[in-house]
Design a protein around this ligand. Structure first.
Ligand SMILES: Cc1ncc(COP(=O)(O)O)c(C=O)c1O
Length: 476
């Protein structure tokens, strides 16, 4: 059968692992250590912790500068080499390895490419890290409202015409910044959006935090770097197989962006003691995805997702978000809703009765990720459990939560994000917060989409999303 790899066929895939190799050689030839980290190869940690994590993990827990491991800021040695290999396979001009996740990538982009007084055309369901970046830079969002999938309680895809309209109406736009895919896997038409941005000479940033596998298999959507985006963030740790917190920021070839400014912003934000374990895991994830074995894993993942979706299609009383609805989706992200059960209830039944932990759940449905690490037997078990649930009468435990999860409101901003963030504040009881102006970002993680923004007027419409909060910080 024809392989579905999308990495350039003429490009020799490089599975070298410079950071991993350097770390292995430091492990094999240990030095007398009179530097950080102070636990000194694990000698100074609690025994129970050492037993849990393993002595080897502690022996390789080190930071850059030492033992010829290179440096992250600026990239030198093995770290520089590994970033270059990542740039090669993702087709970027420059790739930065990120600790503190795609969060720091979004913040560095906002700081590096936007400034006070500028506008950023930004989808309402963006991740809170972009807001953090704009609070620092002082640029203001112009809200781009995607399609609303009301019966799913989710945001849908972005209509490129809406972007063109906003670009037409707005002066001094520093960037168009969109999330693709959404957390639940809805995909927008990036090619058309990118062509529009080019026509208006405005850079396009794509938060592709959940889409790093796309580069490696054509059954998945086309990655934004291949469709004309100027910069992209990838949470390799979410779906690509690296360790938690490790991500990549790619700047496109022929990008309109000033790489130096982005690098300077990253320097302001990044730790000065990067974990070599996390960096090596990024190096290893890129090498794995580039390898024959890794590509077979992705192919299997796609097949597993197709299998799960086929099984769900055959069940009664369960519905899945899929591309028949007029937009593309990433098939590995399976959002389902079950008749008569809220998503939260479904999540707790899966957890308590079947020992299954899903990615997230809302008042409407639950999101399950089919990962490169999942075996077919696990997918079958999940499908069997879903089938059992759909055949069980749960009406006796039918308490619907009164909490809503995905804010679908268009924010009424009274002050700019940065202005509001630095104004004098006070804490008031939630009941007294109506008609006041929020001073903070309130966002539930996942998915990290803001319910309230600094500077936004609080209305009764916000209340169903704020059931977990007794007090709100407002502007004095
Ligand atoms: C769309 C999106 N962008 C960025 C982030 C931040 O990513 P990270 O957790 O890697 O910092 C997330 C996290 O959930 C996200 O959903």
């Amino acid at each position: 059968m024809k392989k579905k790899y999308t990495v350039d066929k003429n490009q020799k895939l490089n599975t070298n692992t410079p950071i991993l190799d350097a770390l292995k050689s430091a492990y094999e030839s240990p030095s007398y250590q009179f530097h950080i980290p102070g636990h000194t190869k694990g000698s100074g940690v609690l025994k129970e912790f050492k037993n849990l994590i393993g002595t080897k993990a502690l022996k390789i827990d080190t930071t850059d500068e030492f033992d010829n491991l290179g440096t992250l800021t600026p990239p030198t040695g093995a770290i520089k080499e590994a970033e270059e290999l990542a740039a090669q396979v993702f087709g970027a001009e420059r790739t930065f390895f990120l600790l503190n996740g795609s969060t720091i990538g979004n913040m560095a982009l906002a700081m590096g490419i936007t400034r006070k007084g500028q506008k950023v055309i930004l989808n309402r369901n963006c991740h809170r890290s972009i807001l953090s970046g704009l609070i620092i830079s002082g640029a203001e969002p112009v809200w781009l409202i995607p399609e609303k999938l009301d019966e799913w309680g989710l945001w849908g895809s972005i209509n490129p015409n809406t972007i063109e309209k906003l670009l037409n109406e707005t002066d001094n736009v520093g960037a168009v910044w969109i999330t693709n895919p959404t957390y639940e896997g809805v995909v927008s038409d990036i090619k058309t959006i990118s062509d529009i941005c080019k026509k208006y000479n405005v850079p396009l940033i794509v938060d592709e935090a959940h889409g790093c596998l796309w580069n490696f298999n054509s059954a998945l959507p086309t990655p934004a770097l291949k469709l004309g985006a100027d910069a992209v963030v990838h949470s390799l740790h979410k779906t690509g197989g690296s360790m938690s917190q490790s991500s990549m920021l790619h700047i496109a070839k022929n990008s309109m962006l000033d790489i130096n400014k982005i690098e300077k912003s990253l320097k302001l934000l990044h730790t000065t003691s990067p974990s070599l374990i996390l960096l090596a895991s990024l190096d290893a994830a890129r090498a794995n995805l580039s390898s024959e074995k890794g590509q077979n894993q992705i192919e299997k993942t796609v097949k597993n997702a197709k299998y799960l979706r086929k099984r769900i299609d055959k069940m009664e009383h369960i519905h899945q978000l899929k591309m028949d609805f007029g937009f593309k989706t990433d098939i590995t992200k399976v959002f389902v809703k079950v008749d008569g059960l809220s998503g939260k209830r479904l999540e707790s039944i899966l957890e308590i009765d079947f020992n299954i932990e899903v990615e997230s759940a809302s008042d409407i449905g639950a999101l399950m990720l089919v990962n490169i690490g999942n075996k077919r037997s696990e997918i079958k078990y999940l499908a069997d459990c879903l089938e059992k649930i759909t055949k069980t009468d749960y009406s006796n435990l039918f308490h619907l939560e009164n909490k809503k999860h995905m804010p679908m409101l268009t924010p009424k901003l009274k002050y700019n994000l940065r202005e509001a963030f630095y104004m004098d504040k006070e804490i008031v009881k939630k009941e007294n917060a109506i008609c006041r102006i929020s001073a903070e970002v309130i966002a539930e993680c996942p998915p990290g989409i803001a319910i309230l923004l600094p500077g936004e007027e609080i209305t009764t419409e916000h209340l169903p999303y704020l059931t977990d909060y007794e007090e709100i910080e407002v502007i004095k």
